[in-house]
Design a protein around this ligand. Sequence first.
Ligand SMILES: Cc1cc2nc3c(=O)[nH]c(=O)nc-3n(C[C@H](O)[C@H](O)[C@H](O)COP(=O)(O)OP(=O)(O)OC[C@H]3O[C@@H](n4cnc5c(N)ncnc54)[C@H](O)[C@@H]3O)c2cc1C
Length: 431
Amino acid sequence: MNLPHVVIIGGGFGGLTAARALRRLPVRVTLIDRANHHLFQPLLYQVATAMLMPGQIAAPIRQVLQRHRRAQVVLGDVTGVEAGRRQVIYHAGESGQQRLDYDYLIVATGVRHSYFGRGDFEPFAPGLKTLGDATHVRNRILSAFEAAERETDVAKRRALLTFVVVGGGPTGVELAGAIAELARVAMKEDFRRIDTRLTRILLVEAGPRILPSFSEDLAAAATGRLRAMGVDVACGSAVEEIDDGGVRVGGVAVAGRTVLWAAGVEGSPAAAWLGAPRDRAGRVQVRYDLSVPDRPEIFVIGDVAAFEQDGRQLPGVAQVALQMGRHAARVIEARLLNDAPPPPFSYRDTGNLAVVGRNYAVLERGRLRLSGYPAWAVWSMIHILFLALPNMRASVFLQWVWSYVTGQLGSRLIVEQKFSSSSGRSSRSGG
Ligand SMILES: Cc1cc2nc3c(=O)[nH]c(=O)nc-3n(C[C@H](O)[C@H](O)[C@H](O)COP(=O)(O)OP(=O)(O)OC[C@H]3O[C@@H](n4cnc5c(N)ncnc54)[C@H](O)[C@@H]3O)c2cc1C
């Protein structure tokens, strides 16, 4: 009990990696998360588009840390940090507000959607961040097809079969491609009154091209692939309005009953808890060792950290969070053992990947650029390897093989649908 206490807020890629890396040190670790599971967000779009089941991409944090005997897991929603008293304040359901003392604190709370000051878009254009979001989006997509099958009015049916994805980054591209696969391959035989192959998918990007984090030739290849799959790619047009009838883009109204948001993120409220400097996206500006200015015992890692390297902000990707988690643990280790501090944090870029429907991905690593099936094979392998538990890896692998052979999806379920709605919109369900 007298061992130094490291509290980690957030069991995502960053927090969980830090907890694992601290395993061999003489410290107590408490990992606190508002969810009981670690979520593999890169495959969230596959839950949203009915390919995978929630349990295939989420692992109970307790199970992941089962063998880490000095680690405790707390299910709680952190609401603040009193840095002067070295306490984390969290809300724990029926137990109400609680406090937790720490010697070292690692904040890894990630980001949330940003609607760029247009919070009124949110009810009409859900984003993807949690398992609840993914099942909600899945409900919306599948319900739209059901409503279209019932609808007799041609214009309304057309609107029900129009899907708009806002944001041409990897998540938007992956979602648009997966909806196209769903409509044109997986469900094409299943309806009697509608032809799901006539579904319209519109991918809207405000910038000049999709996949801005990739080179131009790979972005062009991905655009070509999406168009071949029947996705309309509209670049250089910002969405001006979104309501329950659809969107207005570049002054043109598009009637579409399902609009999905993949356009922007902002940091969780960690900067406000810590009174720390933040960037424009609300992420905490950390020092070279990932600690917070004037608070050497507090580290901020992963998506919620703003870290500049070679004049550019590091991207919000899993590899950055994983490497930061390991680095924060190394700094704590050096302090505990009175060793020399490790060199300043430096991100080793492991490359960029985005999948565009089945059998096609784009990959960029240094000078290597790949598109098509080879990139997709690499994408599949990496995604399976990085799932948290062996049973998840086996299950996702088998599901993909099954879907590859049969064209069938893993989880085409509408959960807790409010049947009274004729609009095809459903109530939000938890998972
Ligand atoms: C749809 C989607 C697709 C993506 N695809 C890719 C991809 O293909 N490749 C890639 O590299 N990256 C991808 N990313 C980004 C990647 O998932 C993130 O960079 C990574 O998850 C960041 O890890 P993190 O630990 O910083 O935060 P997260 O993984 O987001 O974890 C944050 C954790 O903190 C918890 N938390 C938040 N607030 C509180 C609170 N107040 N109290 C308690 N707990 C809290 C959350 O429940 C969560 O478990 C994707 C992200 C999304 C959303």
